[in-house]
Design a protein around this ligand. Structure first.
Ligand code: SAH
Length: 516
């Protein structure tokens, strides 16, 4: 390998669902100094890049070429010659109508090292996601992947319809929507029965996946009537019939829903995984970042409380984040947890209790619902006037709990263990999705996710965020959050019964489908 030359990874990004990339493909994204990507590679894969990595979009929109293929080939060479690690991310598999040959050839001419990392091609995966396996013992023993693009000009004959029609069981056409009529006509002319089943699947494996089925004789009309657009794969063959029985992702309760997750990235994974598991497409837009208190007074107050940890009779933790930052700071200050030895420890909600349990502390659990009288019932019997309570919370914590404790005659020390700050990374992509009405549900898991989302949109140049959000369904985790949503003048569609992520997701699917 030449010393001062960069290298290029030519990577198949898979058909859309960002989890359908290979492990090597993902590593190439993580290693890249520059990522050159196009339209069919899901931009959500890009969030795995190094923070300083440069992004270059060379996507071809059907009627608008941003960069010609030759220019892309040259671009890869130029970047590599600057000594960069370049990842060229392409939809599906790079070798299947992906022009990887041309890109690799020019790299080879310049002696640049490259890897070609295969991807899951849409020609096979997209039918699969529509419940159509491209082969099946009972129906077909061969499959051909055919371009539907070159017809009717130069390679009309190179496709050799007659051979195709006679020899091949299943045919998958890529880039063929515009030429559907001719494709069907040619296949019938060459002996395929007009009643041969045909399916078109557009945006397969994305939230926008849609399928239309018919026969060689009537599919063209159906596609026109439905205004069914590319990108789509066309599947011709008996296997299409299997879809009635085998369609699977469409049966999931959140299928087709793109759901915006606004909570901090560090806390988002449970919600993201649930949405994904239920067939929805989670899109992360963390509008909150958590960090240690930035005001010196707050930090000092926290440190003072921690230094005197042994004095408290009660320590009440109100959130998983509170637990995380509390223990993080103890560790930073080298304070041994045994200093809490005499304190009763209580946790608001089961998740907080679980976070404590992970650190070896079994706490009294207070109900997660903040409203109502119930909050202190679980420990009321053990509370005595004059006892000292430490309440490590966030800068935005509500004052209900401390107020009640003070009423009961306890001496309450409230300290901020972390603070919420506004974050808006990758906001342009989100605005783009919202403008295209491609986000179907917004999830709000705290009041600050609501205020921060609106603020982030404003700071990104949207004058009237409320109108941008019109028509998007809104799911709220609890009454406080709902109040903030209502104050912002937005309608609430779904409301969690309990203040948990699982209940939030449950509220979104009620009335449709089965949680798995
Ligand atoms: N290398 C790619 C194909 C590139 S050609 C691969 O292996 O998948 C581009 C064509 O692929 C589109 O016109 C469309 O026919 C098909 N295609 C790619 N992704 C698709 C998707 N998610 N859903 C439906 N068709 C898709």
């Amino acid at each position: 390998m030449a010393v001062n030359k960069g290298r290029v990874f030519l990577v198949g990004a898979g058909p859309g669902d960002p989890k359908l990339i290979s492990v090597r493909g993902m590593e190439a994204i993580q290693r890249a100094d520059v990522i050159v990507y196009d339209r069919l590679a899901n931009p959500r894969l890009l969030k795995h890049r190094k923070p300083e990595a440069e992004l270059i979009f060379v996507g071809k929109l059907p009627d608008k070429h941003i960069l010609k293929q030759e220019e892309i080939n040259q671009l890869l060479v130029d970047l590599a010659l600057q000594g960069k690690v370049v990842t060229r991310l392409k939809g599906g598999d790079p070798s299947v109508f992906g022009r990887v040959g041309e890109e690799a050839e020019l790299l080879a001419d310049h002696g640049i090292t490259y890897d070609i990392i295969p991807g899951i091609t849409s020609s096979i995966a997209v039918p699969t996601y529509a419940g159509i396996p491209v082969t099946h013992r009972d129906f077909t023993s061969s499959v051909a992947i055919v371009t539907g693009h070159e017809y009717p000009n130069k390679t009309y004959s190179s496709l050799n319809w007659e051979h195709l029609a006679k020899a091949i069981g299943t045919m998958v056409f890529l880039m063929g929507v515009a030429n559907l009529e001719q494709i069907c006509r040619e296949l019938i002319r060459c002996g395929k029965p007009p009643e041969m089943p045909v399916a078109l699947v557009r945006w397969g494996t994305w939230a926008d996946q849609a399928t239309i089925t018919g026969t060689l004789a009537d599919i063209t009309e159906k596609v026109k009537a439905a205004d069914f657009k590319s990108p789509a794969v066309i599947i011709v063959g008996e296997v299409v019939k299997l879809r009635d029985k085998l369609s699977w992702i469409e049966k999931k309760p959140l299928f087709g829903k793109r759901v915006l997750v606004t909570r901090a990235r560090s806390q988002a994974s449970e919600l993201v995984d649930l949405i994904d598991d239920l067939g929805g497409e989670p899109v992360e837009f963390p509008v909150i970042r958590l960090q240690p208190p930035s005001r010196p007074e707050a930090q000092e107050a926290l440190d003072r409380a921690l230094d005197n940890l042994q004095e408290y009779d009660w320590i009440i933790l109100t959130s998983v984040n509170g637990v995380d930052f509390f223990f993080r700071r103890l560790r930073e200050r080298k304070i041994d947890v045994r200093r809490m030895g005499k304190a009763h420890i209580a946790a608001v909600g089961p998740k907080t209790a679980e976070a404590l349990a992970e650190r070896g502390i079994i706490a009294n659990v207070l109900p997660a619902k903040f409203q109502g009288e119930g909050i202190l019932d679980a420990i009321q019997g053990d509370l005595n006037a004059g006892q000292k309570v430490l309440l490590p919370t966030a800068d935005l914590a509500r004052d209900y709990l401390p107020a009640r404790l003070k009423e009961l005659g306890l001496e309450v020390t409230e300290v901020d263990v972390y603070e919420n700050v506004l974050s808006m990374d990758d906001g342009e992509e989100i605005i783009h999705l919202l403008q295209n009405q491609s986000i179907h549900i917004l999830t709000f898991t705290s009041s600050s996710t609501v205020t921060n989302l609106l603020e982030a949109l404003k700071q990104l140049g949207i004058e009237d965020p409320q109108s941008l959000l019109q028509g998007v369904e809104i799911a709220c985790i609890g009454p406080k959050t709902a109040e903030t949503v209502a104050q912002a003048g937005l309608p609430i569609t779904y409301m969690a019964e309990e203040a948990t992520v699982a209940s939030l997701v449950q509220s979104m699917i009620q009335g449709g489908g089965n949680p798995t």
